[in-house]
Ligand binder design. Sequence first.
Ligand code: SAH
Length: 326
Amino acid sequence: MEWVYRLSAPDYEDMTNLPKALRKRLADDVPLYRSRIIGKQESQDGTTKLLLKWPNGATSECVLIPEGPRRTACISSQVGCPVKCTFCASGMGGLKRQLSASEIVEQAMRVRQLCDDAEHLSNVVFMGLGEPLANYDATVRALCIINAEWGMAIGARKITVSTVGLPKHMRNLADEGMQITLALSLHAPTDGLRREIIPWAKRATIDSLIEACRYYFERTGREVTLEYVLLGEVNDGDQHARQLAEVAKQMRSNVNLISYNPVEGLPHRRTSRDVAQRFLNTLRSAGINAHLRPSRGLDIDAACGQLRRREGTTDEALDREGIPNE
Ligand code: SAH
């Protein structure tokens, strides 16, 4: 564990205090890194995105996001995504397969290896491709390894799981006994509008999500982050801001307004800076703790699923490689 997680040894061969025969057996039986880095893009703002290819041909994206002293790894939980939000590139080809716990952790390790010693990886967010709570067991195992002292030793509060909102699994996660930060992709303040932009919203009402968030806070003491991607003339009106404030007030939460990262082929537009600022002010004057997040890595298509599409590892390419569409 020390060699793998603390010293980031790339290979068993480097673990020179282990007997040679053991090193060979380990290399044969439990391969250390299974992905190949087949794409790397660096943004002017320092955001670096990796495209990893797994032995069976599937690909995942992971991103290093530097921000002041913070170094955040954004990792994927599935290949593709079953949710198909109207503004997101990840679901455009549907879900290809689940990632295993080791594949999820490997992404965080690959990103950590992009950091230097002075500025080591400080945060991990499950905001890449996929719906982490729809791959619950692997996600929780990966969370344990990323959090463990013997593992990547990243504090639970510095790990964020972002979910489209599956109340039962949000409760289960609360019961795991870790103080993971939970982010809920709300994106709309009413069930009607939410169902227009998030197909899975029909599985859970906003009221049931509020209940699940309240439970999460009771069990973990962690405020839930409400994510809200501003989509021009869809969910960015004054009435939406007021309705959102009413939702946010019903639990211990903070609101993260996210600028839309345009995706080719999808029908949405960015909200102007003035409208975004007004939306933020409306929330704040209603007493909500809200922030406006600038987009990172715009010049490298850093929104979920974009690099993977750009590299042609889309449906058709995966189908050619025989990856089953689940
Ligand atoms: N399935 C999880 C993780 C998704 S990615 C979830 O739904 O939360 C993390 C966040 O990025 C989500 O809030 C998602 O809605 C948002 N997102 C996806 N595509 C985006 C885009 N093009 N621009 C801005 N945010 C986007």
